[in-house]
Design a protein around this ligand. Structure first.
Ligand code: ADP
Ligand code: MG
Length: 677
């Protein structure tokens, strides 16, 4: 298949560029055509100079006033000229583009497009693109894709590669039945792929996007339904009644379970002794105390002489759970073996761990998706728990379940999804809700501020650190980007090291670091050695450092509300008063959304308000994350599509449950591929 060929099969992409592509998760031509843009750059009609505002990226059209001058500064050549239209004049500057001097002749008319900045109280445009009026008219109103980038691999190279890939890749056969496409007004598949990259306008983009979102959700829901069929009334050989030791442990914990925790634990225990397979989702807001319920179920399993596994989405989280479970069991003198399995362990470490698992030397196994590695043989796997499950596909959950036939399945999620949506998305699971917070918590104090507040925020962080506490600072990007204006972890860490007292230890954490480095940083943060952690959203999932009391979020306007709520959930986990500082670097529109968070700490309330506020097309740069691993779909923004999908799945399965009819056959095949993934 052409589409499975490496990106080096494209013209102009050698090994070096391919290595950069690998960094953004693209290895084959197929990967490339599914590497959808993060955003789109719209070439709007030129505006009058008099209407320019600082910080915006706009086009102006006008005449060059005088010949461009070249200044030398260090090793740079700076080209400066001025243009004017009927409403005013504007200074333009470029760096190291000497050939422009001959182009920019006085009296000539051009369109300049770029970001407007303020220098010495005057507006200037820096490094603008230069077009003739005719050339600009051609691109005007078109949308250019903006891809996720990495250092050395800019947007132009990616865009060109995608265009080439689309031109030469093999077209896919349409697998959705015609009737379905008509009914839900869905674009043809190949059209959708092409236009999600290169839409001529917003309308085309929405049309293409709807089709791809529909597909993602459609296969997801289909596979959920299939699981439901498979699990309906399935018996389990693992019948595990309540255990005396678990009851004792409950009495000796440093805290009392909340009423909601007790209720959910009782539901889980009833499942475990029912003789039927448990398939249960525990939904509970961040900090509601899901972990202890999971640990008690694992312990009950171990005490019955079986094995239980806990699968989490990141190594950082796996290690943290492993440590806290080991510590808890040791503290109460329980002799239960606990094993950690992660991808970054050495081959030898893995081999030894596998041996202990196979020989039943260990009873509780904690790890990342390394737990479903083919090489692992469990001795008697009776309970499978996935924490923060939204990060796993249904397939992964199923794969772990298959390691132990008849094993009970427990899924834990902190995504506050309204009940109607939860029933669709988790159709194969019974749902338990922990709808109560531990009593000893002080609610997090919130504020939404603009960037001018930063210095005060740093002083505040300093004060908290001096009092022995710790802080997170979240930035949306890992490194600087030419096209996306947002704070990045690498530069921000440098900045904070300078701004905060030198004895304060500031380090960074992001998804591009090696797992081992991430673990090390997270451990040093958990132990209090690092006091301020500058991070991307990798800390969003489940990390528990109760001593941290400040969560400062840069470019808060770039995150979805549910995700911000998850981030905020990293503080307020202990006995200290905690604070969440959301920095809004954009305008009043974002302020409206952020105010919802500012005034509520209740995840379910936030999620439903978020749904109300957003309209179709409101999806740019606002990934809720915290969702399942969908590429495009966002269960909040796309709630309406999700409902259509649920209806479509019902219709199809009612008429053709095994997808055997001619018009559904391709669909059935595609579903098999999806489940394997
Ligand atoms: P989440 O639901 O987000 O996974 P955790 O299970 O990590 O939350 O719990 C958050 C913190 O609350 C942990 O430090 C845990 O020990 C503590 N905790 C859990 N249950 C209770 C309770 N009933 N009373 C007081 N603290 C609790
Ligand atoms: Mg958790």
């Amino acid at each position: 298949m052409i589409n499975q060929e490496p990106v080096t099969s494209l013209k102009g992409i050698g090994e070096k560029t391919a290595a950069l592509f690998r960094k953004i998760g693209v290895e084959t031509v197929e990967d490339l055509i599914h590497d959808y843009p993060r955003a789109y750059d719209v070439f709007e009609a030129p505006v009058p100079v008099g209407q320019l505002t600082e910080g915006s990226c706009l086009a102006v059209s006008g005449q060059i006033l005088k010949a461009a001058s070249v200044k030398r500064f260090n090793h740079m050549q700076i080209i400066v000229t001025t243009m004017k239209d009927m409403t005013g004049s504007l200074q333009l500057t470029w760096y190291n583009l000497p050939y422009l001097v001959s182009t920019l002749q006085p009296g000539k008319i051009f369109v300049f497009r770029g970001r407007v900045a303020r220098k010495n109280s005057r507006l200037v445009m820096e490094q603008p693109e230069v077009y003739t009026r005719e050339a600009y008219e051609k691109v005007m109103n078109s949308m250019q894709p903006v891809y996720g980038q990495t250092k050395g691999l800019g947007n132009k190279v990616i865009t060109r590669a995608v265009a080439q890939a689309l031109a030469q890749c093999q077209m896919a056969r349409e697998y959705l039945p015609e009737t379905l496409r008509r009914k839900y007004q869905l674009a043809e598949y190949n059209y959708a792929i092409e236009h999600i990259h290169f839409p001529a306008n917003q309308q085309e983009l929405l049309f293409a996007r709807k089709r791809l979102v529909f597909d993602e959700l459609f296969f997801f829901i289909l596979s959920v339904r299939r699981l439901k069929e498979k699990h309906r009334d399935a018996v389990s050989p693992y019948v595990m009644g309540k255990s005396q030791k678990v009851e004792e442990l409950l009495g000796r914990l440093p805290f009392q379970l909340t009423g909601a925790q007790k209720k959910v634990l009782a539901q889980v225990q009833a499942d475990l002794e029912s003789g039927l397979m448990m398939n249960r989702l525990i939904q509970g807001d961040v900090g509601s105390g899901k972990t202890i319920v999971a640990v008690l179920a694992l312990l009950q399993t171990a005490l019955h002489g079986y094995q239980g596994a806990l699968m989490v989405p990141t190594e950082v989280l796996a290690r943290q759970h492993w440590e806290s479970i080991t510590e808890l069991l040791a503290r109460y003198g329980l002799t239960v073996g606990v094993e950690l399995v992660t991808g970054s362990m050495t081959a030898k470490e893995k081999r030894l761990a596998y041996e202990r698992i196979a020989s039943h030397e260990v009873d509780i196994i904690v790890g990342t998706h390394a737990l479903i590695q083919e090489k692992i043989r469990y001795h008697s796997l009776a309970l499978v728990i996935t924490d923060e499950q939204h990060r796993f596909g249904v397939g992964q959950r199923e794969a772990l379940g298959e390691k132990g036939s008849g094993a009970h399945v427990l899924v834990m999620s902190a995504t506050p999804i309204p009940r109607t949506l939860a029933i669709i998305l988790y159709g194969d699971l019974d749902i338990s809700v922990i709808d109560e917070m531990p009593a000893n918590r002080l609610p997090v104090k919130n504020c939404v501020v603009d960037t001018s507040y930063r210095d005060k925020a740093y002083q505040f962080i300093q004060k908290e650190v001096e009092a022995g506490r710790q802080a997170y600072v979240i930035c949306p990007m890992v490194e600087a980007s030419e096209l996306i204006e947002a704070e990045n972890v690498l530069d921000y860490t440098k900045l904070l090291k300078n701004r905060l007292l030198s004895q304060i230890s500031v380090e960074c954490l992001h998804g591009r670091m090696k797992p081992k480095e991430k673990n090390e940083i997270m451990e040093r943060f958990a132990s209090g050695e690092i006091q301020v952690l500058v991070s991307t959203t990798v800390v969003e999932v489940g990390v528990n450092v109760p001593n941290a009391t400040v969560m400062m979020i840069e470019n808060a306007e770039r995150f979805g509300l549910a995700q911000l709520h998850q981030l905020r959930g990293r503080v307020g986990r202990g006995k200290y008063q905690s604070y969440c500082i959301m920095v809004n670097a954009s305008g009043p529109e974002a302020q409206k959304r952020l105010d919802i968070l500012n005034h509520s700490n209740d995840g379910f309330h936030i999620a439903s308000e978020d749904l109300k506020l957003r309209g179709p097309g409101d999806f740019f740069g606002l990934r809720q994350s915290g969702d399942m691993e969908f590429k495009l779909a966002d269960i909040f923004t796309d709630a309406n599509i999700l409902k259509e999908v649920a209806e479509a799945v019902d219709l199809i399965l009612k008429e053709d449950p095994l997808l055997e009819r001619a018009e559904n056959r391709l669909l059935g095949k595609r579903l098999e591929e999806f489940i394997i993934l």
